[in-house]
Design a protein around this ligand. Structure first.
Ligand SMILES: [Zn+2]
Ligand SMILES: [Zn+2]
Length: 337
């Protein structure tokens, strides 16, 4: 079978390896679709583990099961989480699943024709896809779950005003979910095409991030935003974010700058205004369940975000499309086509 081994964004090698056999408690999944995530192209985040097979937004089909697996059978269509928290430690008990220190097994990267799902994930990280969710749509479960979590942590309620800074794929999903909550959405980005994408996803007001975002926000909306979502790691965006959040509001870091970049927080101003600064990383089992419901019920439509589907042999082109920012929204790799 073929796998795509990532060395860096310009060097992804298609290799032939033997198709693995599942152990007694494992299953073998054929990857039908695997999305390229914005985090896949962040080299400072990925390079320490390279070379590796990336891909954590999957939709697949069970083709073989280990002798003691009862939950799944060949032909079942599944989504599998990249990793599962233990659900027992104090972090898990307090809804900080992404901080669980007991994560051992990870899903092998989905940019491969087949993957072995390890025991812990077979037990607690795999989800049968409802009939209404296709494998292409399944690639949105994990990114949507991360967005569900971010908005939940920020306490984003219906009918609030939200500023989404950065309109790459994750920003667009933020817009979709906020729209489903009937929020007023202001989107900013330096890229005109991405602002067009944001408008088509439901953003009410568009702001060119090269301008003074605060001034444009006040001019177009008369007040600041209740929640500011940073879906970009640009330091210039962070600087502007501080000025755009209303009293009692929240700024949520959905993306962060490189580890060597420092961020200055105007904490003295925020103190009397009761402004919260939060981070949100990855997602937990309740967020995944919620994301599946949102897609299955049609509350969140994902099909209109898919702009490209490419075979595994064209994965380099797929990464380039994601890096180019204005040429694509969701790029999906279909390893078995
Ligand atoms: Zn992702
Ligand atoms: Zn835990």
């Amino acid at each position: 079978m073929k796998i795509a081994v990532w060395h860096n964004n310009k060097d992804i090698r298609i290799e032939d390896v033997p198709r693995p056999k599942p152990g007694p408690k494992e299953i073998l999944v054929k990857i039908i679709a695997c999305g390229i995530c914005g985090s896949d192209i962040v080299e400072w985040y990925r390079l320490p583990r390279a070379p590796l097979v990336l891909g954590h937004e999957i939709g697949g089909e069970v083709v073989e099961t280990g002798g003691s697996v009862k939950k799944y059978k060949p032909g079942d269509r599944v989504f599998v989480a990249p990793k599962v928290p233990c659900m027992k430690c104090s972090y898990c008990e307090n809804d900080h699943y992404p901080a669980c220190p007991n994560v051992k097994d990870r899903m092998p990267g989905g940019f491969a024709e087949f993957i072995i799902i390890p025991e812990a994930l077979v037990q607690r990280g795999a989800y049968l896809l409802p009939d209404k969710i296709s494998c292409d749509q399944s690639t949105f479960i994990e990114p949507l779950a991360c967005v569900v979590r971010a908005q939940r942590l920020a306490g984003l309620q219906n009918n609030r005003t939200v500023l989404v800074m950065g309109c790459g794929m994750s920003g667009l999903i933020q817009i979709k979910l906020a729209k489903a909550k009937n929020c007023k959405i202001i989107a900013s980005d330096i890229n005109k095409k991405r602002l067009e994408f944001a408008a088509s996803m439901g953003a009410d007001i568009l702001i060119d991030a090269a301008e003074n975002i605060h001034d444009r926000l006040i001019a177009k909306n008369t007040k600041k935003a209740d929640v500011v979502i940073l879906a970009t790691a640009a330091l210039s965006a962070i600087e502007q974010a501080w000025k755009c959040v209303d009293k009692g509001g929240a700024i949520i870091f959905f993306a962060v700058p490189r580890p060597d970049e420092k961020v200055l927080i105007p904490i003295n101003e925020f103190w009397t205004q009761e402004i919260r600064i939060l981070t949100s990383y990855y997602c937990g089992p309740p967020d995944i369940a919620e994301a599946i419901n949102l897609i299955e019920s049609g509350t969140i439509i994902v099909d209109d975000m898919i702009t490209h589907k490419l075979p595994l042999t064209k994965i380099l082109e797929g990464f380039q499309l994601v890096m180019d920012a204005d040429k694509s929204m969701k790029v999906i790799i279909t390893p078995n086509e």
